[in-house]
Write a protein that binds this ligand. Structure first.
Ligand code: SAM
Ligand code: SF4
Length: 326
C-alpha cells in the first residue's frame, strides 16, 4: 500500500516482546523499566492476525524483533505460520545472538529466511559493559551455530559509538574478508530515556570511510535498503553504513512497526501510535478484519515525510527502543 507521498509501505517490523536478557546502555535506561503484564502483550495469535491483514494490504517483508525476540516462548511457531503466508518474500529476525546457539536450528526449520545479529564489540569486557552483563562468548557461539545450520546470509549490526568501539572499526570490517557475512555500522540515535548515551557517544558513519579509504562503494539492488554498501577488494562480505542521522533515508522509508503491546508506529521517531490491541480484543471476527485494515491504512497515511532528529529543539520520543525493536 502506498502512503500519501507515494512510498510503497511493504515492510512490517514486529516487536514480539518488550523483555530482554540484556540491558544495552543506548537502548534501555538504567532505572524505571516497567515490566508490562503478560495480558498487555499481544498473543502470538493476535500478532499473526495483524500480519495477515498487512500481507493482504501488500506487506511482503517481515522482521521479528524485540526486546530480545528469542526470549518469547513459541516464537518458532509464529515464524512457521508467517513463512507460509501467501505473498511473504522475506522473513528475518534481529537478535542480540546470546541465545541463538540453542535456537538457530529450530528457527531455520521453522522457515526463517535470514538473521541479523547485533554486536558492538569483540572485547569481552567492553561487551559486558555495554550490555550491562552480557557474555561475548554466547554471541560468538550463536553466530557459529547460525552458520552451521545454514541460517544465512548473516548480517552483523554494530552501533558505532565514539570512545567506545571506534577503535574496533577495522576488526569488524576485516570479518567480511574471510566470512561471507555483512557488517553494518549503525549511527546511534537518541531514543527514549536512554538517549543520553547517543548524545554523548554519537559518531557519524563518515568516520568509517575516512579511516578505511580502501572500501569501494557498491550498487545496492534493494533501493529501499537503508544501508549503503561498500566492500574491501576481494572480500566475501560487504560493509554497510546505516546513517539515520547524517543522511536520513526517510524518502525511501517502506516501514511500519508493530509493538508488543499492540500499537502501530508510523515512524520510529514519532510518538504517534495507532492502537490495534483494542480492535483485536474488542471486536468480532468480521468487524475486526475491517477495523484492522482501517487501522493499518491510517498508520500508513500517517507516516511523516521525514524525521526531525536533526532539528535543534528535537525531543527524543518517549518510548524506549527496547519496546520498539529498532
Ligand atoms: N534485542 C535485539 C537486538 O539487540 O538485536 C532486537 C532489538 S534491538 C532494539 C534492535 C537493534 O536496535 C539492535 O541492533 C540495536 O543495536 C539497535 N539499537 C538499539 N538502540 C539503538 C539506538 N539508540 N541507536 C541505534 N540503534 C539502536
Ligand atoms: Fe536488549 Fe537489543 Fe536493546 Fe540490547 S539492543 S537492550 S539486546 S533490546
Amino acid at each position: 500500500m502506498k502512503d500519501g507521498l507515494g512510498r510503497n509501505i511493504n515492510y512490517l517490523r514486529i516487536s514480539v516482546t518488550d523483555r530482554c536478557n540484556l540491558r544495552c546502555r543506548y537502548c534501555m535506561p538504567e532505572e524505571g523499566i516497567v515490566k508490562r503484564a503478560h495480558s498487555n502483550i499481544l498473543t502470538l495469535e493476535e500478532i499473526f492476525e495483524v500480519v495477515n491483514v498487512c500481507a493482504g494490504l501488500g506487506t511482503d517483508k517481515i522482521r521479528i524483533t524485540g526486546g530480545e525476540p528469542l526470549v518469547r516462548k513459541g516464537l518458532a511457531s509464529l515464524i512457521e505460520r508467517i513463512a507460509t503466508l501467501k505473498g511473504i518474500k522475506d522473513l528475518a529476525i534481529t537478535t542480540n545472538g546470546s541465545l541463538l546457539k540453542g535456537y538457530a536450528r529450530e528457527l531455520k526449520e521453522a522457515g526463517l529466511y535470514r538473521i541479523n545479529i547485533s554486536l558492538d564489540t569483540m572485547n569481552e569486557k567492553k561487551y559486558e559493559y555495554v550490555t550491562r552483563g552480557g557474555r561475548l562468548k554466547d554471541v560468538l557461539e550463536g553466530i557459529h551455530e547460525a552458520l552451521k545450520v545454514g541460517l544465512v546470509p548473516i548480517k552483523i549490526n554494530t552501533v558505532l559509538a565514539k570512545d567506545f568501539n571506534e577503535d574496533e572499526i577495522g576488526s569488524f570490517i576485516r570479518l567480511t574478508e574471510s566470512l561471507g557475512i555483512d557488517v553494518r555500522f549503525i549511527e546511534l540515535m537518541p531514543i527514549g530515556h536512554a538517549s543520553g548515551f547517543a548524545s554523548e557517544h554519537y559518531l557519524p558513519n563518515s568516520a568509517v570511510l575516512e579511516r578505511f579509504k580502501e572500501l569501494e562503494p557498491m550498487e545496492t539492488a534493494d533501493k529501499s535498503s537503508p544501508a549503503m554498501y561498500y566492500k574491501l577488494p576481494g572480500a566475501k562480505g560487504r560493509v554497510g553504513l546505516i546513517n539515520p542521522i547524517s543522511r536520513n533515508f526517510c524518502s525511501s522509508c517502506n516501514r511500519l512497526r508493530l509493538t508488543a503491546d499492540g500499537k502501530l508506529k508510523p515512524c520510529l521517531h514519532s510518538d504517534l501510535e495507532i492502537d490495534v490491541k483494542g480492535i483485536l480484543r474488542g471486536l468480532k471476527a468480521g468487524d475486526k478484519q475491517m477495523a484492522l485494515e482501517k487501522a493499518v491504512a491510517e498508520a500508513i497515511q500517517a507516516k511523516p515525510e521525514h524525521h526531525t532528529l536533526n532539528d535543534l529543539y528535537n525531543k527524543p520520543i518517549e518510548r524506549d527502543m527496547y519496546t520498539i525493536g529498532g
